[in-house]
Design a protein around this ligand. Structure first.
Ligand code: SF4
Length: 347
């Protein structure tokens, strides 16, 4: 079990639910634009958001951003511990910085004491693409683990243990291996993600494999899907990964649909898409199946709460594998919604 750490009003680690993170891609100095993006991220299901703080103007802007944002904001800092101090003063709920990169030991001591006093944790974010020279020659996974632990040791020497660690790489295999090794070497909560994953589909696949494999191993306390796209899509993808392996904490309705084939009798894609939209307004756990034929559809949709299996002119609506209605194909959507409304009363 990892140690529990408080980030603003959210706990991560120690068996808490997996928190979803993302990162703004607006200029942090653009307070209104950043707040608008943060609002969209929150609405999509983001728990914690990170903003880059590359300069003093960004640290100053962060104050307004933290004030206007109703989720914990993490400041992303590179090299300059004074910016980390300024970001914490601005109200950042966590600082992402690598203590080994901020120069003199005194800087680390000062920053650790400053953040400890304010209860602000640090995320050590090791990136496989920017490792210290002294780890050259080691396999990538080992190099990332040793780098992360050496940064953590600098904080431990200052009595600072409010640390979260990530060891990200665009190489999924090395990334997963590094997290697995790291989880055996420390009890810090792990922020899991595959970095520079790429544009949409490519990034989704890499993230789903990397994050999914680790979560299935019980590794990971908070996740970020990195996409070269609107960060709201990162949050949607992260939530889908959690749902796919039953780690999503909220109640939600999901639609499963058959892939269609020559036996398909109804517009599976159209009905599934319409039901997906309808399901997004449901706030109770429900599995809805849209199956193209009765030949295989009834059996394959058995583990759903409700579903339709298509027939030539008429289709069957089933609940828990039992047929409850036969309806004309043009009435499928209406019938499904009526049956779901009757199920809603039981929740
Ligand atoms: S449920 Fe029926 S229509 Fe859908 S893929 Fe299976 S056999 Fe084909």
């Amino acid at each position: 079990m990892t140690r529990k750490i408080k980030i603003g009003d959210i706990f991560i680690g120690g068996g808490e639910r997996i928190a979803v993170q993302s990162m703004t891609n607006t200029k942090t100095t653009d307070v209104d634009g950043t707040l608008e993006q943060l609002r969209r991220l929150k609405a999509a299901g983001c728990d914690i958001a990170r903003c880059s703080v590359p300069d003093k103007a960004s640290a100053d802007a962060l104050k307004e951003i933290v004030k206007g944002c109703d989720m914990p904001v993490v400041a992303d800092i590179h090299f300059d511990y004074r910016l980390a101090v300024a970001a914490a003063q601005a109200g950042a709920a966590k600082i992402r910085i690598n203590p080994g990169n901020i120069g003199d030991k005194k800087n680390v001591e000062y920053l650790a004491a400053f953040l400890k006093e304010r209860g602000v944790p640090i995320r050590i974010g090791v990136n496989g693409g920017s490792l210290e020279k002294r780890f050259e020659g080691l396999p990538l996974d080992d190099a990332m683990v040793e780098s992360a632990l050496s940064h953590a040791k600098l904080l431990e020497d200052c009595g600072f243990y409010d640390t979260v660690i990530s060891v990200k790489s665009s190489n999924v295999r090395a990334c997963v291996s590094a997290y697995r090794k790291l989880s055996k070497r420390c009890d810090y909560p792990l922020h899991v993600g595959v970095t520079e994953a790429g544009i949409y589909e490519k990034g989704l696949v890499k993230s789903a494999i990397g994050i999914g494999a680790l979560l299935l191993d019980g590794i990971g306390d908070t996740i970020r899907v990195s996409l070269t796209d609107d960060p709201v899509k990162e949050v949607h993808a992260a939530n889908e990964i959690l749902k796919a392996i039953d780690l999503y904490s909220g109640a939600y309705a999901e639609v499963v649909a058959c892939p269609t084939c020559a036996r398909t009798c109804i517009d599976v894609k159209g009905i599934a898409t319409a039901m997906q939209e309808y399901a997004s307004s449901l706030d109770f756990k429900l599995k809805i199946a849209v199956m193209g034929c009765v030949v295989n559809g009834l059996g394959e949709g058995k583990d759903s709460d409700i579903g339709v299996a298509g027939g030539k002119d008429k289709s069957v609506i089933f609940k828990g594998g039992n047929i409850v209605r036969t309806v004309a194909n043009e009435d499928i959507l209406t019938a499904l919604k009526e049956e779901i409304e009757s199920l809603r009363k039981n929740f």
